[in-house]
Design a protein around this ligand. Structure first.
Ligand SMILES: *Cc1c(COP(=O)(O)O)cnc(C)c1O
Length: 460
């Protein structure tokens, strides 16, 4: 829906229009996301249970299903000012190339050195760790965006940062590693022989290229075993979706400014944080019965947790050291084929998004990587920005929706999340340019192996 007036190419908010509070969509959900459970007792985790792993205020945010708004502390707000508000762009060059009557907008989160939306939560997590007087944090990183964002955030608050980086990315993306080290982080390829779980995984799967789930296990082991350290996670968790709500709140404020209401909202989904953040104020309206939107999660066909996974309790990591979460999962042992969207290689999905999806508030599709890079190339050539492979999943879906509008003549308004830039993904682009990219879609037998790793919890 539009006003008929032509929107400007970039819709900026003023600095004082950066939202002062995060929005917690759980407050408006009738069916709350299922609680994290202690795998030993099958009892819901309390703040005390979570405190050895997470810092206290983040544990509280994790379990807070009631407060719709949480004030953004000044220290975080000040950091946000360095790179926010992020632009909402009216993709008129892409529209023209597609010759579509659809109106396409994208919220660009790649305008910071880490190159993605992950900084929005990294700075919050580093702040609460500092406030609690910790020495440092540990984490995993897949494609490297989260590790980069966290190193920036930790250096801002003078915290030590230990990053376990999925081995395939560590090898493919040496420059990411150097950005992290430049910001003072230490980076270890995972699985590594520096942890008990890493050594076990290496023994059982020699030559493995690693996975997010296994890097998480290593990072948690080190956090729990090191005095003054806690573990932080860049996606999946409720607290991360809360911090990422800044994306959706800004998007909504900018659209309101030009009097535009979207019909379709699209985001790529790895662990679900950018999509959860982008849709939060919109899905809030949907939950309260105030408006309707067609919300689409886009995942890689090689790691199809929403479209082909099971909605059950599973471990969040390969090593089974984390609490268990009810989510769409491919099984904590599932290791996707070596696709090029490292940020979308996680076996599970945010419990919030999983519940919204199960309740019919959004739909999900999966796309194959060659078609994703075709979309990325068209986007780079028309809109100028070289997109991250992860973000390009959303571009693919937005283009397909716009092409449907071309067939039907409908003038729909499409908004998608452009989560980051692809400068560190040139190995993937090289494969695509050389026509060497493959589209491996797991068979039902492949998936069955992952599902077999889901424990049969005897839930009441
Ligand atoms: C990490 C990442 C994603 C996927 O993570 P979500 O938690 O699902 O948002 C998408 N795009 C980029 C650029 C990323 O770095």
């Amino acid at each position: 829906m539009t006003t008929g007036k032509k929107a400007p190419y970039k819709i900026y908010l003023e600095e004082n229009e950066i939202p002062k509070q995060w929005y917690n969509v759980r407050a408006d959900m009738k069916n709350k996301p299922a609680p994290l459970l202690n795998p030993a007792t099958l009892q819901p985790m309390t703040v005390e249970d979570l405190s050895p792993v997470f810092c206290k205020e983040l544990a509280e945010q994790e379990l807070n299903n009631d407060d719709a708004y949480i004030t953004i502390p000044d220290e975080i707000y000040n950091f946000y000012k360095m790179y926010r508000p992020s632009p909402l762009v009216h993709a008129e060059f892409l529209e023209k190339a597609l010759d579509t009557p659809a109106h396409i907008y994208y919220k660009f989160e790649g305008n910071n050195t880490s190159g993605s939306h992950k900084l929005n939560s990294a700075i919050a997590q580093a702040y609460y760790a500092k406030k609690q007087g910790l020495k440092g944090v540990t984490t995993e990183t897949g494609a490297g965006q989260w590790g980069t964002a966290l190193s920036m955030a930790c250096s801002f608050f003078d915290l030590d940062c230990k990053v376990y980086m999925v081995k395939v990315s560590y090898e493919q993306k040496p420059f990411r590693r150097e950005v992290m080290r430049t910001y003072g982080a230490s980076v270890t390829p995972s699985p590594s022989d520096t942890t008990e779980i890493g050594r076990k995984i290496l023994q059982e799967h020699p030559g493995t290229t690693g996975s997010l789930g296994c890097a998480i296990s290593e990072a948690v082991e080190v956090a729990v075993g090191t005095e003054g350290y806690r573990y932080v996670l860049g996606s999946v968790l409720n607290q991360v979706l809360l911090h990422q709500s800044i994306i959706g709140l800004e998007t909504k404020a900018a659209l309101d400014k030009i009097g535009v209401k979207p019909d379709i909202i699209i985001g790529c989904a790895g662990g679900g944080s950018n999509l959860g953040g982008l849709i939060s104020p919109f899905v809030g309206e949907k939950l309260r019965g105030e408006a309707d939107y067609d919300i689409i999660a886009v995942e890689p066909a090689s790691c199809p947790s929403l479209t082909r996974g099971k909605f059950v309790y599973d471990f969040c990591d390969t090593g089974m050291v984390t609490p268990i979460a009810k989510m769409y999962t491919l099984g904590h042992d599932f290791i996707p084929s070596a696709n090029h969207a490292g940020g979308l290689r996680y076996h599970g999905m945010s419990p919030v998004l999983s519940q919204l999806y199960a309740d019919g508030y959004m739909r999900a599709i999966s796309v194959e990587q060659t078609s994703v890079f075709e979309a990325a190339e068209l986007f780079a050539r028309t809109e100028g920005t070289l997109p991250a492979p992860e973000s390009s999943h959303a571009i693919r879906a937005a283009i397909d929706e716009a092409l449907k509008c071309k067939e039907t003549g409908e003038e729909k308004t499409i908004v998608f999340g452009l989560t980051g830039t692809g400068y560190f993904d040139m190995v993937a682009y090289e494969k695509y340019n050389n026509k060497e990219m493959t589209d491996y879609v797991p068979t039902d037998e492949d998936l069955a192996k992952g599902f077999a790793s889901i424990p049969d919890f005897d839930l009441p």
